[in-house]
Design a protein around this ligand. Structure first.
Ligand code: UDP
Length: 471
């Protein structure tokens, strides 16, 4: 590696949903801004997603850590990730101590901010990459204030929460950790929000046009700037572009090849989203009753435990066994009755390639931010079906702010087949206003990332600011 290049060390927390946006940031930094990058990660990346010419990319795999002795066995995925990152600190320190740190900056993802003291120790400027919305950053930073101001559970309040730069939101429309202040993930959130403010800068996977007001509030509203002095760079949407997969064409794509244009609803709940058996049954009925075409990535239901139950295993494809799900949980005769209009699949699928297919006309999503960006950049209207983490807030954003999605009135309980049928009908309708709005957002996203666009400029500014810190 040339020593003259600026070097970014990017710390990535576990989970494919965390790895993907880091990889997209890496690709952009290397290919369009001339940096070299080292990713520190415990996630095994899918090989096809790696850069074609990776001489400027180094991936250091962090050894797995045993957290069983320091965590509640029922802890949510968010708590598990936070604890894993904490317990990995000595391994991160070792990896940093061994590498050439000439002209090197440190970027932690949102779960990695606890390692900022290592960046200080090794004299690297420290940044955080929050691969999410400005809404989320505003809430995470402001949470330390709400934590002092509000007594009892947030959900017991009758009035919505006031978060600077965002629409007032009901607590159940914010993020999962806000629903129970006794749960460890809430304490982790408050800590993370405080640490974000101690960084030298914050990168967000959003863009000026999409969240202008909130970004302005993050920069100018004293309620936020008093907590967070660091500059905020909106550098998105950084999202994977479809690739020609090697080998035989995936069966989902060959099935889509045979469907009419914009006729298929893609249904998927991310790398780890799970629902109850009753909900899977209602969803199956809702899809069937809608009479629309669908491609459904289904996962084994869980009745006890969390909606994030498959977060650490979902990407492997081994957690889902087709016969168990298809035979036991789908309504009797469902597959036969829908065989002309539907495809049900239980394994890992090439989501970006599916969403880019001309036959896809809508997306039912759990509202992970990667999935949303992947859908929005294909101008797809959505059914927002949040399950955990910050997905409820993303769903509120998509429906109430961006105007590209519908969502159930039932925020936490069972969504019925009739409601699902109606949501599918409204999203798949040819001339619905959400489709028009999705197209406008897609165009503004493309403008933001082109050379001279707001996100391209923000990344250039970020690099200039890093260089002045390193002088
Ligand atoms: N994904 C995929 N195939 C699947 C399921 C998910 O490629 O079968 C990808 C999807 O394209 C997205 C990521 O996994 O990039 C999931 O990230 P997201 O932020 O949407 O949700 P999370 O899984 O982190 O909750």
């Amino acid at each position: 590696m040339e020593t003259s290049k600026l070097h970014a060390v990017i710390l990535c927390s576990p989970g494919i949903g965390h790895f993907n946006p880091i990889l997209e940031l890496t690709n952009t930094l290397i290919l369009h801004h001339g940096l070299k990058v080292t990713i520190l990660t415990a996630t095994t990346p899918p090989a096809f997603q790696l850069l074609h010419s990776p001489e400027d990319l180094n991936i250091v795999t962090l050894p797995p850590v045993d957290i069983s002795g320091v965590i509640d066995p029922n802890a949510t995925a968010m708590t598990q990730i936070a604890v894993q990152m904490r317990e990995s600190k000595s391994n991160i320190r070792l990896a940093l101590s061994k590498m050439d740190r000439t002209r090197t900056l440190f970027i932690a993802d949102l779960f990695g901010s606890e390692s900022f003291d290592l960046a200080d120790e090794f004299k690297m400027p420290k940044y955080v990459y929050v691969p999410s919305t400005a809404w989320f950053l505003s809430l995470a930073s402001y949470c330390q204030v709400l934590d002092k101001e509000v007594e009892g559970q947030f959900g017991d309040r009758t009035e919505p929460l006031r978060i600077p730069g965002c629409k007032p939101l009901k607590p159940e429309d914010t993020i999962e950790p806000m629903l129970d202040r006794h749960d460890q993930q809430y304490r982790e959130l408050v800590r993370m929000g405080i640490e974000f403010g101690q960084s030298d800068g914050i990168l967000l996977n959003t863009w000026e046009d999409l969240e202008h007001e909130t970004l302005e509030a993050l920069r100018k509203n004293e309620e936020l700037t008093s907590l967070m002095k660091a500059p905020v760079y909106a550098v998105g949407p950084l999202t994977r572009v479809p690739v020609e997969l090697t080998g035989a064409r995936d069966s989902t794509l060959t099935w889509l090849d045979k469907q009419p244009r914009e006729s298929v609803l893609y249904v998927s709940f991310g790398s780890g989203g799970t629902m109850s058996a009753d909900q899977v049954t209602e969803l199956a009925w809702g899809l069937e009753l809608s009479g629309r075409r669908f491609l459904w990535k289904v996962r084994t239901p869980v009745d006890s435990g969390h909606a994030d139950a498959a977060f650490f295993t979902g990407g492997s494809g081994e957690a889902d066994t087709a016969d168990v799900i298809l035979g036991k949980f789908l309504p009797h005769g469902f597959l036969t009755r829908t065989s002309n209009v539907g495809m049900v699949i239980t394994r890992w699928v090439p989501q970006v390639e599916i969403l880019s297919h001309p036959s896809i006309g809508g997306f039912m999503s759990h509202c992970g931010w990667n999935s949303i960006l992947e859908g929005i950049t294909k101008s797809l209207p959505m059914i927002a079906w949040p399950l955990y983490a910050e997905q409820r807030m993303n769903a509120a954003f998509l429906t109430d702010e961006a105007g590209v999605a519908v969502r159930s009135k039932e925020l936490l309980g069972l969504k019925t087949r009739d409601e699902i049928k109606n949501m599918v009908g409204s999203v798949m309708e040819e001339n619905n206003p959400m489709r028009k709005r999705a197209k406008e957002i897609q165009e503004s996203a493309m403008k933001a990332i082109e050379v001279g666009g707001s996100s391209h400029k923000a990344l250039n500014q970020f690099i200039q600011d890093c260089m002045s810190k390193l002088q």
